[in-house]
Design a protein around this ligand. Sequence first.
Ligand code: MYA
Ligand code: JJ1
Length: 388
Amino acid sequence: RHKFWETQPVGQFKDLNDTSLPEGPIEPPTPISEVKQEPYNLPNLYEWVTCDINSEDTCAEVYNLLSNNYVEDDENMFRFNYSKEFLRWALHPPGYYKTWHIGVRVKSSKKLVAFITGIPARIRVRTDVVSMAEVNFLCVHKKLRSKRLAPVMIKEVTRRVHLENIWQAAYTAGVVLPTPITSCQYWHRSLNPKKLIDVGFSRLGPRMTMSRTLKLFKLPDQPATPGFRKMELRDVPAVTRLLRAYLMQFVVAPDLDELDVEHWVLPKDEVVDSYVVESPENHKITDFCSFYTLPSSILGHPTHSILKAAYSYYNVSTKTPLLQLMNDALIVAKHKGFDVFNALDLMHNESFLKELKFGPGDGKLHYYLYNYRIKHILRASELGLVLL
Ligand code: MYA
Ligand code: JJ1
């Protein structure tokens, strides 16, 4: 069934009911001197390259590869269109390794035809904080599919991660592989229902007219929460404290310090938006919410080419009800011109999805760990990790 994945240190389907297997690393680390020193072999026409995303030209090549060949929905109507600025942000967190940004080129033409990346992260699993790689942006050009290039790319990123003495990884996929630690459902909140219906992202509900639909999804002009404002650099310590305390309750979550929060949460135009609630009385930060910008190309539509989507990221409420905080997030997202606000059913998101008129999508997102066994599959609400 899974000729490649059966050979890898990941939870296997046949072991799902075996409660005797311990939680934790599946294989022990080996001395770095025993890690293969040369890259894996590629088919002869291709060569490995390390991609410097800071180079405008390389970044444009990666952007073009992904915008034409990356993830689509099941009916091939939409394709993720990560921006160059987003890719730079996603690949340059504190402590990143440039050797983990891996491309494959055609030797003769130098055309970039495949890509995979890792970034370092500390991920807590129950009480165990583990150094991991987060692997993302695996992409093989459409014309080179089904040639078993993906397993070679995964082995090569694994090798380069091992060379940094890191032995575990976290990743997500829309497809089921051996074996998910949990599976999340995508939910969608219409902000611009007319466009969503025009492009086939959503449909007019039964017994609904366009004008009833517009009214149903209408939002106030301004956030309701006093003290709701854009996050600033000076908020990093308070946001880090809020986030660290909040993430403690989940079984799997990132272990973030102030440097991580500055990188991952501080607002960046057209990439990530974050808002705090500053108490008007004592100026303490009591809550915050955030979302990232990930547009999708609309494939083959005569008038619309881009769907502007916001994705719920990390949200913490200690005073403002989460429902109200997220309604304010919807209001500012609408104000910024997003067409839809997407969220997964992880963390505490289930508490607001239905009430705020999100509807379930047709996509799922499965979460995986490499070389780390979890004894029981988690509920989505036990997961505190959002990958981009
Ligand atoms: S998820 C996003 C993945 N990208 C896309 O979906 C974009 C569009 N699709 C493509 O570009 C290709 O279809 C890809 C596969 C490249 C996905 N994750 O080369 P093949 C297995 C893992 O003939 P292709 C993301 O970026 C498949 O089950 N494995 O297939 C996270 C089969 O193995 P097996 C996948 O279609 C990535 C084998 O590949 C995925 O030409 C995390 C077939 O290879 C997938 N999404 O190319 C990667 N899709 O026979 C793992 C298919 O066993 C990281 N396959 O079933 C693991 C941790 C590594 C670091 C460890 C450090 C310690
Ligand atoms: O966006 C997604 N689905 C949309 C569009 C469906 C188009 C036809 N297939 C969807 N729309 C319905 C919205 C509606 C709004 C009003 C309320 C009711 C609902 O369902 C899906 C997620 O649902 N997206 C995808 O399929 C994209 C791929 C997801 C897997 C991503 C893997 C990424 C891995 C990265 O590491």
